[in-house]
Write a protein that binds this ligand. Structure first.
Ligand code: ZN
Length: 303
């Protein structure tokens, strides 16, 4: 099903029609009352929550292959993803922060099912449609897309992100962060923030104002430099972003997979330690999974 984007100009915050999922979530059944984050590599995460299965920023190039970054720029992959596309479970949707080769590569374009819903930016949507994807749902900032199954709703809201300082930003694709809100019967049961490739910027301050009480945050770090210009958060900015969004727990991603990533995990660990944030950060190796309970379960455990 193809859902058209906004039809008029100006500020559009109306949600797209919801994606109604009827198929049984199958092997995710044991996670219906909880969730998990499986770190595949770069910003590629398999996210399971209350029976929904999502994939973020699919990057399945192998070690030694080159990601295309636009304008003929390429970067060599230094790591191996923990999983191949063939090994993925059935996906309800893909969330794509932007269409750069370290987030959506030629393998993803070739091998992912063409009917999987992809929630992304307008810029990426145009490219994805050219690549044959049939259910692409572009969002403007603050616009949302809901997925529903049974009594559960997973609402994805597009957040402001800026992939580089002006005027370099104009040469880079539009990027979005994402807030994922899991609700049942109107109750918020879990809230996940995904930064997307962004620098710390003014509009990020609006995120915690609109979305307080974040349970889990995935932060794209790496201090990526393209032609000498910083285009993703380095360790220091990452720490400030965690302070700003203030999730109960932060997981760093996108930090050591490409030659253009210049600020590695050691630098981030040191910055986290210096800032007294160590209790708030969980480090995942590629292939490692973090499991969590939903809010009601956590309350039940504590009582
Ligand atoms: Zn990136």
């Amino acid at each position: 099903m193809i859902v058209s984007g906004p039809t008029t100009g100006g500020t559009v915050t109306e949600p797209h029609p919801a994606i109604h999922l009827t198929a049984d979530p199958g092997d995710a059944a044991e996670l219906r009352e909880g969730g998990s984050v499986h770190f595949i590599g770069t910003a590629t995460v398999l996210l399971r929550i209350a029976g929904f299965t999502l994939l973020t920023d699919p990057n399945f190039l192998h070690q030694g292959e080159h990601a295309k970054l636009g304008y003929g720029l390429r970067s060599r992959r230094l790591t191996e993803p923990s999983m191949s596309i063939e090994e993925l479970p059935a996906l309800d949707a893909i969330v794509l922060s932007h269409h750069h080769g370290d987030h959506f590569d030629d393998r993803a374009a070739e091998d992912l099912r063409k009917d999987v819903p992809i929630i992304t930016t307008r810029h990426a949507a145009t490219k994805l449609r050219r690549q044959g994807f049939r259910d692409v749902r572009p969002l403007e900032t603050w616009q949302c897309q809901e997925l529903r199954r049974g009594g559960w709703t997973l609402r994805l809201t597009s957040l402001p992100a800026r992939h580089g300082p002006q005027p370099v930003a104009a040469l880079l694709p539009e990027v979005m962060g994402t807030m994922l809100d899991l609700t049942r019967g109107g109750d918020l049961r879990y809230r996940i923030y995904v930064s997307g490739d962004t620098l710390l910027h003014d509009r990020l301050e609006e995120v915690p104002r609109r979305f307080p009480d974040v349970d889990l945050g995935l932060f794209h770090l790496g201090g990526t430099r393209v032609l000498g210009v910083l285009v993703t958060m380095d360790a220091a900015q990452g720490v400030r972003a965690i302070r700003l969004v203030d999730p109960d727990l932060a997981i760093p991603v996108h930090y050591d997979d490409y030659t253009v990533f210049r600020s590695g995990l050691d630098e981030f660990r040191a910055a986290v330690q210096d800032d007294g944030l160590a209790d708030k950060v969980r480090y995942l190796d590629r292939g490692e999974e973090y499991r969590f309970g939903l809010r009601d379960e956590l309350r039940a455990e504590g009582s």
